[in-house]
Design a protein around this ligand. Structure first.
Ligand code: DAH
Length: 338
């Protein structure tokens, strides 16, 4: 019993309450009728007569210490309450809202540039079927992008997957058949990639689509040039390189002059002076037809850009993972940008 008492004594002395509930737990455990200390008093009856005096003293001491500790902790928390009561609730609040995430800032800026040109924002589902994500976009049956390595499938036959690009929204809008079309579609996309500084399994894209009579590649170029100047500033240069996408013919990729080194060459642009920011092209007639649009009457252009890439360029961020970790040290750097 002596050992038990000294164990309890040190336990009690170490006690530090974290809340009022915590203090009540303490009282229940040690001092309530069924608590540890009263039950020791019960056991006291079995203590040998010659040990009774010593045990009695120790037990009473233990009880007293527990009571003292309870009092101390209760006063501590009573104090807290008083302090709280002194808060002046009529004062104007401190800034309680957080800042915007850099991806949201850039998405909003891009949206607003295209909105000024008359583009409307469109949305589509993040969970897509094979038709909208691939087939209608003219992906051949055996195209590697359909492979399990890139796509997160939810079910097989019928194929349902997380969309791998926002180009699926093109199909959804075209299917509605309201022409002409002038939309941008921002959203999250998903790919089965190993996470690294340069790749992630979730990222954001903005898709653009313009369908009307007599739309030409010159219209596409001029629109994207306007975008680049508005977004990066009047000094920016752009260039187009031929490329391939199943859903566009002609296809191109657009580079902008590196805004970090001004085109002189640095590690961001890999010393080329240029950074690729988007893919684009004239909508392939097969895509128009798959969506019920007469390709003899209508033509159009499309483009798609990754928001992360553009944000990294704009704010000189060198690791993609920072966007998804919600580390306040990173996010707070954007707090002032509203
Ligand atoms: N969907 C393409 C991708 O995820 C990007 C893209 C390229 C979109 C060319 C387009 C386009 O609309 O015309 O890599």
């Amino acid at each position: 019993m002596k050992n038990r008492i000294s164990e309890l004594l040190s336990e009690i002395q170490r006690f530090e309450a974290e809340s009022k509930d915590h203090i009540e737990d303490f009282r229940l455990k040690y001092l309530s009728k069924k608590g540890v200390i009263p039950s020791l008093f019960n056991d006291f009856k079995q203590v040998l007569p010659e040990d009774r005096k010593e045990m009695g003293i120790l037990l009473n001491e233990l009880k007293q210490k527990a009571q003292e500790m309870l009092d101390i902790q209760q006063t501590r928390f009573a104090g807290v309450k008083e302090e709280k009561a002194q808060i002046d609730s009529s004062l104007p609040p401190k800034k309680m809202t957080g800042g915007r995430h850099p991806i949201s800032l850039v998405r909003r800026d891009i949206n607003s540039i295209f909105e000024r040109l008359g583009f409307k924002i469109a949305e589509g589902p993040e969970i897509e079927d094979d038709f909208h994500n691939f087939t209608a976009l003219n992906f051949p049956e055996e195209h590697p992008a359909r492979d399990m390595q890139d796509t997160f499938f939810i079910s097989k036959s019928p194929d349902v997957a997380l969309r791998t690009h926002t180009s699926s929204v093109q199909v959804r809008v075209m299917e509605q058949g309201k022409l002409p079309i002038r939309i941008i579609a921002p959203g999250r996309v998903f790919r089965n990639e190993a996470i690294s500084a340069r790749a992630h399994c979730i990222f954001h894209q903005i898709e653009g689509l313009y369908i009307d009579k007599d739309v030409s590649f010159a219209d596409l170029k001029q629109t994207l040039y306007f975008f680049a100047r508005e977004f990066f500033g009047p000094e920016i240069k752009i260039r187009f390189r031929p490329s391939y996408f199943p859903f566009t013919e002609t296809s191109a990729e657009m580079d902008v002059s590196c805004n970090i080194c001004g085109g002189k060459g640095c590690n961001i642009c890999k010393y080329s002076g240029w950074v690729e920011i988007l893919g684009c092209g004239m909508v392939d007639p097969n895509v128009l037809e798959a969506c019920g649009i007469d390709s003899n009457v209508y033509s159009g252009y499309a483009f798609g850009m990754g928001i992360e890439r553009i944000t990294m360029m704009k704010y000189q961020i060198n690791d993609l993972r920072l966007f998804f970790e919600n580390d306040l040290r990173f996010l707070k750097q954007f707090e002032q940008l509203v």
